[in-house]
Ligand binder design. Structure first.
Ligand SMILES: [Zn+2]
Length: 306
């Protein structure tokens, strides 16, 4: 009986871990002390705004334990907000202080720290995939328990009306600048990124970010990670900056997190070694594989997250 339990736990380790997470990693959701930021300016005592130039702002939540960054990308006719924040505070106030243009929000993926603030927006765009369509009922999209994971913070998933479905490859015209929608599975099956071809910027969400990559939760897939890395490496200009969603870069302090195409190449190499069984790791679950000085890849057992 004990053996059967152990086999089941190992087989469903990503789900078991997700369920146990609130007890395994206890944390304060909002740090009660003032934020110590390295770049940008505080909007209030919670949000930080960092001007990235060319009508692009990073909006961070430095006191929130996930240290999320969302991105406001402004054209001449409309603006796009990539990720809605955690919903811990109303991010809409920050957005309205930065632009008067109509704003459409699109999330990088459905985890609570990116989708939790969706209620602040009237216009919601979503990547058009079978997985995201499957979460719609009665005209509203509501992510499932393991797609949202908000129970970690005791939050239930919002249900939102999608006003615009965007297929992979679709181009969002903001007036004077455009963004291409990319399907970038790996961290989750329906993860999306936005590419600004004119400025060589890729808004990448949680596919990569400095610190530890979560490739061990339900829905994460190493083969999808690899395929996405390959596709990005084959198409991105070499000088593209990848703006990601979780702080912080080593040596930079609390600031909008960024990576380079070289980091993608390092990740691809690590994924290849992990899949070939010739990479060394630390820890039991998740297994932690060093990628480079900015990133660690955390995966499940070899039979999970394939
Ligand atoms: Zn995240």
């Amino acid at each position: 009986m004990l053996l059967v339990g152990a086999v089941l736990a190992a087989a469903f380790a990503p789900f078991v871990y997700a369920e146990l997470m609130p007890r395994l990693e206890q944390h304060v959701i909002v740090d009660p002390t003032p934020a110590r930021i390295a770049k940008g300016r505080m909007f209030d005592d919670y949000f930080v705004v960092q001007d990235l130039g060319a009508g692009t702002f990073a909006i961070g939540e430095p006191r929130y334990y996930q240290q999320n960054y969302s991105y406001l990308i402004i054209g001449t006719k409309r603006a796009l907000m990539f990720d809605s924040g955690s919903g811990t505070r109303d991010i809409g106030k920050v957005v309205r202080s930065l632009t008067r243009l109509p704003v459409t929000v699109m999330v990088s993926h459905l985890h609570f720290d990116h989708f939790g603030g969706i209620g602040a927006f009237d216009h919601v765009a979503m990547i058009d995939l079978p997985q995201t369509r499957a979460d719609v009922s009665n005209g509203r999209l509501r992510p499932g328990r393991y797609a949202y994971l908000g129970f970690w913070d005791g939050r239930s998933a919002p249900a939102t009306r999608i006003t615009e479905w965007l297929s992979p490859g679709a181009v969002i015209d903001l007036g004077g600048r455009s963004l291409t929608v990319l399907s970038t599975p790996g961290h989750t099956p329906s993860s999306a990124a936005l590419f600004d071809a004119a400025d060589h910027r890729l808004f990448i969400g949680d596919y990569v970010y400095p610190t530890t990559l979560y490739a061990f939760l339900p829905g994460a897939s190493l083969s999808a990670y690899r395929q996405t890395a390959r596709q990005l490496l084959a198409t991105l200009p070499g000088d593209t900056i990848l703006w990601s969603a979780h702080c912080c870069r080593k040596g930079e302090g609390v600031a909008a997190p960024w990576l380079t195409v070289k980091d993608l190449r390092d990740l691809d190499r690590t994924l290849m070694a992990v899949q070939a069984g010739r990479a060394t790791f630390t820890g039991f679950y998740p297994r932690r594989y060093p990628v480079n000085d900015q990133m660690t890849l955390a995966t499940g057992f070899p039979w999970n997250n394939r």
